[in-house]
Write a protein that binds this ligand. Structure first.
Ligand SMILES: Cc1cc2nc3c(=O)[nH]c(=O)nc-3n(C[C@H](O)[C@H](O)[C@H](O)COP(=O)(O)O)c2cc1C
Length: 314
């Protein structure tokens, strides 16, 4: 599993809050300040460095840390962020850091927070002077944007997933199909705005598609308004060395009763078409085109591969 280490500094808590949020989305992860850094953390796969901007610069503890640790940092994949009031200041600092570190996958200046009544005397004075020079109002500013932070976390996660050494394509495809064909029940998650719903439901897998039959229900209220779905197929937990579960991302469509495809699916599922047609109520078919499968399977480790593999369907 690709582990993420977030090394940050923070004076009034904004950068720390972001470091903690990033670690939640990017887990397995750890966050620490430069003083808490321990040589054992050098085995993390992805390193994120985060600093606030004070009077135009990243904080000295972060620049000193980079200087002292540059040799091993250069061997790692890196993501950078800073918190600031002026994104121009943030961008300029990040560009400089990127040049020093070279192997930066992505970087972002994130909105910071300035609460004047929380500043110590020295910062309050420094800021007053600075605001005169720069010409901005000496007021509270809140540019923190949680959605921006989460989007950045997801962008880093996708880059991190690409670092995962993949199994050979056919071997992974066969393992996925074997797992899907040897199970028959999934949890289907649908959503629309504030409404989310998870439904345990029997499925059939066939050639990149999942087929579900349902009498109806609240999942359709979501599906009719949002065809993006997520599904989970998994085995009961029996220990950390025995994990087996997949998260499927897909697009759902509802197959109407009068379509030729409806009949084909009923037959493919081994059901009797006459029986289905003569039932007192309608049986509805949901067809899910699989886009992506994230498969966590401890057996892969025994075969010498990463236990988490990602398969993208064409
Ligand atoms: C004394 C002082 C100087 C600052 N200088 C800058 C600056 O030059 N550019 C900028 O974009 N933000 C500046 N800021 C805003 C901080 O970057 C912002 O408050 C950030 O969220 C602080 O992060 P922290 O809470 O993690 O310490 C300054 C804030 C203070 C208090």
């Amino acid at each position: 599993m690709q582990k993420t280490l977030i090394i940050y500094e923070s004076k009034y808590g904004t950068t720390e809050k972001i470091a903690k949020y990033l670690s939640l989305v990017l887990g397995p992860a750890k966050y620490c300040k430069t003083t808490e850094f321990n040589g054992e953390y050098k085995d993390f796969n992805l390193i994120i460095l985060g600093s606030p901007i004070y009077t135009g610069k990243i904080v000295p503890k972060i620049s000193d840390f980079i200087e002292k640790n540059i040799d091993w940092l250069k061997t790692k994949k890196i993501a950078l962020f800073c918190t600031c009031i002026s994104s121009k200041d943030g961008d300029e600092n990040l560009i400089k850091l990127e040049k020093t570190l070279r192997n930066v996958l992505t970087k972002k200046a994130l909105g910071g927070i300035l609460e004047l009544n929380k500043l110590n005397e020295a910062d309050s004075l420094a800021l007053k002077e600075f605001s005169k020079i720069i010409g901005f109002n000496f007021d509270d500013i809140d540019n923190f944007n949680l959605e921006e932070v989460i989007n950045y976390a997801l962008e880093i996660k996708s880059l991190k997933d690409d670092l995962n050494p993949l199994m050979p394509y056919l071997q992974l495809k066969n393992a996925i199909e074997e797992f899907l064909n040897s199970h028959n029940t999934c949890t289907l998650s649908t959503s629309y705005k504030e409404r989310v719903r998870s439904t345990p439901i029997e499925y059939t897998y066939n050639n990149g598609f999942i087929y579900l039959i349902s009498e109806g229900g609240e999942k359709f209220a979501n599906l009719l308004l949002n065809n993006k779905v997520s599904m989970a197929v998994y085995e009961d937990y029996s220990g950390m060395n025995n994990l087996a579960g997949m998260q499927i991302t897909g697009i759902a469509s509802i197959i109407e009763k009068n379509k030729e495809e409806y009949k084909d699916i009923i037959i493919m599922k081994g059901l009797n078409l006459n029986f289905i047609n003569n039932m007192a109520v309608n049986m509805n078919i949901i067809k899910i085109k699989i886009l992506k499968i994230e498969f966590l399977y401890s057996k892969f480790k025994k075969l010498g591969y990463e236990p988490k593999q990602i398969f993208i369907y064409d």
